[in-house]
Unconditional design. Structure first.
Length: 169
């Protein structure tokens, strides 16, 4: 499910399923984002990084080819979207964009492609959570039509989170 999206006057990206050869680069970008100052909870960093080692990403796409989507500018991976099938819905675990590429629609393009995978995966909606402090993700999710469900205090790794959902027609 490859999609090309224009994100600027001279920039086009391609969003597609991750190939096994891209797992190392995707894992490195995940690590860069998880270890950014916005996510300063050491407990969360340690456990989340263990989930997104290259071998685990490859295993994920072997089980569900749409579970790891990548945004590329040429051969450079500039964004990712990690999701899982869970009892008839899709859990959007993480989406992230290289900090130097933010603000140009890459996150929205990743979510757009993810939304196209919902029905083929036998689902009807996507749900996710964000830290209450992650305003950048809040903005992208709201623009894409996701609705806030609630705020959970002292939740994942002792952090405050917002639950989101989007029903996909």
């Amino acid at each position: 499910m490859s999609v090309q999206v224009a994100i600027g006057i001279r920039t086009e990206i391609e969003v597609d399923r991750m190939s096994p050869e891209e797992a190392e680069a995707v894992s490195q970008l995940v690590r860069q984002i998880i270890f950014s100052p916005e996510y300063d909870n050491q407990w969360a960093r340690r456990e989340e990084m263990a989930r997104y080692l290259p071998s685990r990403l490859i295993e994920s796409v072997q089980n569900d080819p749409d579970s790891v989507l990548v945004a590329k500018n040429g051969d450079e991976i500039i964004g990712f979207c990690l999701s899982e099938y869970e009892e008839g819905v899709i859990w959007l675990a993480w989406f992230g964009v290289d900090p130097q590429r933010r603000g140009h629609g890459v996150g929205s393009a990743l979510l757009s492609v993810l939304e196209r995978t919902v029905h083929p995966r036998g689902c009807h909606k996507i749900w996710c959570d964000t830290l209450t402090t992650n305003e950048a993700s809040h903005a992208v999710l709201a623009r894409r039509g996701y609705s806030r469900i609630c705020i959970l205090r002292n939740h994942w790794y002792g952090q405050d989170t917002i639950l989101w959902e989007k029903f996909v027609d």
